[in-house]
Write a protein that binds this ligand. Structure first.
Ligand SMILES: [Zn+2]
Ligand SMILES: [Zn+2]
Length: 216
């Protein structure tokens, strides 16, 4: 249901010229020559310096165009049509390879964020903290989405949200402050307070903490 356009992350492309795996690289913004984009954010490029297409390309370009350059084999995502790209040096594209495993993890995180966001309305009714905390505690999630989740806390009014929120370090201080305010409200609504010595949640009227035995 929620997927970003990252299906290429699972694609395997083998160079038709040297039979080694091609690298997933960021596409250059413009197709030099005709000024058109590639229609893809990534390209699969053979970066093997022993690849025959690359090794023989230098001489070919020298003879044909009289300048220094060679070819790299290239395929577009979703296609195994053989293409070549001109490169001016062996270093072209080596700096723009995509860490596919890291990108997959980012995608998993993104999908979780979208699922939690879609679940917010329902979890206010079912008093389910799961999606709310997923968003609030995900520092990589978008701030407006996290603020929406914070807005659900008071309605859910579950004291179980306090520990995970207290144990989290918020990079965004305003979000942390908003959580602190809501925690106070939830404690009040349950006639509870946090022990100033051990931070356990105890009765609001307690004069002695039942956890650390400190006098209050
Ligand atoms: Zn190759
Ligand atoms: Zn205590």
């Amino acid at each position: 249901m929620f997927t970003c356009n990252c299906s290429y992350l699972d694609e395997v492309h083998i160079c038709p010229s040297c039979q080694t795996p091609m690298s997933c690289c960021e596409a250059p913004p413009v197709h030099v020559g005709d000024g058109l984009g590639w229609g893809s954010e990534v390209l699969f490029i053979c970066l093997n310096n022993e690849c025959p297409t690359f090794k023989n390309g230098w001489q070919h370009i020298e003879l044909k165009y009289g300048h220094k350059g060679s070819y790299r084999c290239m395929e577009l995502p979703g296609s195994h049509e053989k293409n070549v790209m001109m490169v001016a040096s062996e270093y072209a594209f080596t700096g723009s390879t995509i860490d596919v495993e890291a990108a997959k993890l980012q995608n998993v995180r993104y999908v979780k964020e979208q699922e939690a966001l879609a679940a917010l309305d329902t979890c206010k009714k079912t008093r389910d903290l799961g999606p709310v905390l997923t968003l609030i505690l995900d520092e990589a999630a978008s701030l407006p989405n996290r603020q929406l989740a914070v807005g659900c806390l008071q309605e859910i009014n579950d004291i179980a949200c306090i520990d995970p929120l207290r144990n989290h370090t918020f990079n965004d201080t305003s979000l942390g402050q908003a959580c602190n305010l809501i925690i106070s409200e939830i404690l009040k609504a349950h006639f509870k307070k946090e022990c100033p010595h051990c931070a356990e949640i105890i009765k609001a009227q307690a004069h002695k903490c039942m956890y650390c035995k400190a006098d209050l």
